[in-house]
Design a protein around this ligand. Structure first.
Ligand code: HEM
Length: 407
């Protein structure tokens, strides 16, 4: 059987094969699809348990030996910092930033995918890296936007575009290096962002690995949050009865309570966000290199092989979800018969120990966007009856144009 090349056909083909081959099969000569929930959990847990950041290439070129740094140290630095940012004040600032960015575009006829991307990225950027000059922030934002466009656009651009992309990427990397160096030397203020813990770790990490770590966070906020926000708008438009339920809840919610603990204060909105993330999990596929032998009975995965994981395919698997293609946030009500059978079936943020560190703040951002849509803005979409979703690196609504006005 030939594997289709087009991302959309590729996913449809994988979904079909996954259903007939129990979620584990060779997608082509080099990659094993691991789409069975428990196997995906196990392979991820085993591969990443003791993952260490090396600097081998740079060490070789520079004839030096950098100390090993465990990835779990990096993650725990991020999680500690995110914990300090999980307050009503910081959540409020995130929502206020989204509001300011949308307000700048009120009344304009816009591509709603690009707008939500811009809103998600620019409002989240200060969480990852703040205290930048406007020029520095613009460079970092442009770098992330170009990275995303290469992934979601049907036309990735020619050689000229590629060269510009490399230049912007290098200049954005120089900004990150400068910020870290200046913070370390006291020439720039320390900030409560996700880059800051690595200023103290610079002696053991070195600048190259510190840049990799900060780039990992920046790339993480440049992709999934924006595409998830576009999918949220898409389901919002397609489901007027849910717009109504959300508006009822969010108009009545206590603002301080919502900013302190939104999932508790607005459970209907939380279910809506969870269901958007179930149906339209970005990224659609994760490609990983395997380091341990696994025996799946009918086939084996050997060290050095590549494997694919996909929250999307697990969320659309009829063996683990009832009517998986139906949008119904109430499946997340406790005890719902069409809800997740267990924790391995719902993985929009991936798998431990590589699971998304931004899961909580990402959820707050999406819930905050719901609040703005229900209480501050009126969204009008061109031809809502023709809306459809394209499957690229992530799900992307097609021809999604419209405008936002104040209520
Ligand atoms: C709705 C929004 C988001 C979604 C759907 C999402 C999804 C994901 C997924 C699927 C992974 C891969 C996990 C794996 O490999 O098993 C990931 C990793 C990651 N995400 Fe998110 N993410 C979101 C928002 C964020 C935000 C807001 C941040 C930062 C503030 C963030 C930071 C990260 C980081 C740093 C990683 C890499 C973790 C590691 O390598 O250990 N994400 N995310």
């Amino acid at each position: 059987m030939t594997t289709p090349q087009h991302p959309e056909d590729f996913l449809r083909f994988m979904r079909m094969r996954s259903a007939t081959e129990d979620g584990i099969f060779w997608v082509d000569d080099t990659r094993l699809g691991v789409f069975e929930p428990e196997a995906a959990r196990h392979v991820s847990a085993t591969n990443w348990r003791r993952f260490v950041m090396h600097d081998r290439l740079i060490d070789m070129v520079r004839r030096r030996h950098s100390p090993e740094v465990r990835w779990s140290q990096v993650r725990s630095a991020w999680l500690t910092q995110l914990h300090t940012l999980a307050t009503a004040e910081h959540h409020g600032s995130l929502i206020d930033r989204m509001e300011r960015i949308i307000d700048e575009r009120l009344g304009e006829d816009v591509d709603l995918v690009m707008l939500t991307q811009d809103v998600a990225l620019r409002s989240m950027l200060p969480v990852a890296l703040t205290g930048l000059t406007s020029g520095e922030a613009e460079l970092v934002r442009r770098d992330l936007e170009m990275k995303l466009l290469r992934l979601i656009s049907p036309d990735p651009g020619g050689t000229w575009h590629h060269l510009r992309f490399i230049v912007v990427q290098l200049r954005s990397g120089l900004v990150v290096r400068r910020v870290l160096r200046q913070r370390a030397h006291g020439k720039r203020r320390r900030e409560p962002d996700l880059a800051d813990p690595f200023v103290d770790m610079l002696p053991e990490l070195g600048m190259d690995r510190a840049l990799d770590v900060v780039t990992a966070v920046l790339t993480a906020i440049g992709g999934p949050p924006g595409t998830a926000a576009a999918s949220l708008l898409y389901e919002f438009v397609r489901n007027p009865e849910w717009q109504h339920r959300l508006t009822e809840e969010l108009s009545a919610v206590d603002p301080v309570e919502f900013r302190t603990a939104p999932t508790h204060a607005a459970p209907v909105t939380h279910r809506f966000v969870k269901e958007v993330l179930r149906l339209w999990s970005p990224p659609l596929l994760l490609v990983r290199r395997n380091h341990f032998p696994f025996d799946f009975g009918k086939t084996r995965l050997e060290p050095g092989d590549w494997y694919l994981l996909s929250p999307h395919l697990i969320h659309r698997d009829e063996r683990v979800w009832k009517q998986p293609d139906v949008f119904d946030p109430d499946r997340f009500l406790p005890g719902a018969p069409h809800g997740p059978a267990d924790r391995t079936c719902y993985v929009p943020f991936g798998w431990a120990p590589k699971k998304c560190v931004g899961a909580n703040i990402g959820t707050v951002q999406l819930m905050g966007l719901c609040q703005l849509l229900c209480t501050r803005y009126r969204l009008t979409v061109d031809h809502p009856e023709n809306l459809s979703m394209a499957l690229r690196f992530a799900p992307v609504p097609e021809d999604f144009r419209g405008r936002l006005a104040l209520r």
